[in-house]
Design a protein around this ligand. Structure first.
Ligand SMILES: [Fe+2]
Length: 294
């Protein structure tokens, strides 16, 4: 069992929106006792070759929130994603709500502030976000108590968010046949990821787990929902019979062979600013490409 304030009797209504371009799943989570909702891990569309940003995915979320008469209270980022851009500020501009991320965002900002040679105007204190969560911090979505669980390993700022009987695992776990997320970005650690996954799997067995990504391994249809019990039994990287040592060895060897995500360069620059596109000296939106640095 867990020391966290889990309330399995609260069962939020969870709607999933799959983004085909980045294999990301965004969620609208509705408090069963009110019209309050939260959005977890939104996506801003980018045609990187053309330098063009659009908002089809975010507009669909906004349409849904409005059509269902929901009140958006939180826009949560489970971490600084390296494979898609967040639409958090765009959604906030249309619907309100507070943008929240893990407090260790400051570590990510520090590392990538250097990589992208950001000037002193780039604040590395997380002040671009409305809320910085520490391990175990609680917050409300309507009448539903939620909490953030610190789960580093994939990145130093990863948090899993638990809302009633549902947990949004970000890039800690994938579906049982997908295993786990990579740990080789700066600040990542296979050791830490294993320990974080064990924290998630210490939640009650019936907890619904919602993935941030799915790639449909072995040709199966895209899926995003499982349970703690299923992961404990069947996860190919950490499930029954796998040791911490097995995991660390496998994860480290596997990560050494992975290519960088296609959108890592624009994603980091935008997501470490809570989803704002950086601007050049004249105030125009502009992205950089550091050469031979990542
Ligand atoms: Fe990620």
């Amino acid at each position: 069992m867990t020391d966290y304030p889990v309330n399995m009797s609260v069962k939020p209504h969870v709607q999933a929106f799959f983004d085909e371009a980045t294999n990301t799943i965004t969620y609208i989570i509705k408090d069963p006792a009110s019209n309050a909702c939260a959005i977890v891990d939104s996506v801003m569309d980018i045609d990187y070759a053309a330098g063009r940003i659009t908002f089809d995915h975010a507009d669909e979320l906004i349409r849904q929130v409005e059509a269902q008469g929901l009140e958006l209270e939180w826009i949560i980022e489970t971490h600084v994603h390296a494979d898609h851009l967040s639409a958090a500020p765009y959604i906030q501009g249309k619907l309100g709500g507070k943008i929240g991320v893990g407090s260790k965002i400051t570590v990510v900002q520090d590392v990538f502030g250097k990589v992208f040679n950001e000037g002193t105007e780039f604040q590395r204190d997380g002040s671009q976000f409305d809320a910085l969560f520490e391990d175990g911090d609680t917050y409300m979505v309507g009448e539903m108590q939620c909490f953030a669980m610190y789960t580093p390993g994939h990145t130093p700022a990863c948090m899993v968010h638990v809302m009633g009987d549902a947990a949004f695992v970000g890039d800690t776990l994938f579906m049982p046949d997908g295993g786990s997320a990579r740990c080789d970005f700066p600040g990542g650690s296979a050791e830490e990821l294993y320990d974080s996954i064990m924290k998630v799997l210490a939640l009650p067995d019936e907890t619904r787990l919602f993935m941030c990504h799915d790639y449909g391994p072995n040709g199966r249809d895209i899926a995003w929902e499982t349970t703690v019990a299923e992961e404990k039994e069947h996860n190919i990287h950490v499930g029954r019979g796998k040791t911490r040592e097995d995991f660390i060895k496998f994860r480290t060897e596997r990560d050494a062979q992975l290519a960088m995500p296609r959108l890592i360069i624009p994603s980091l620059q935008v997501n470490m600013r809570a989803g704002e596109v950086p601007k050049d000296r004249d105030g125009n939106p502009m992205l950089k490409v550091p050469v031979n640095t990542l």
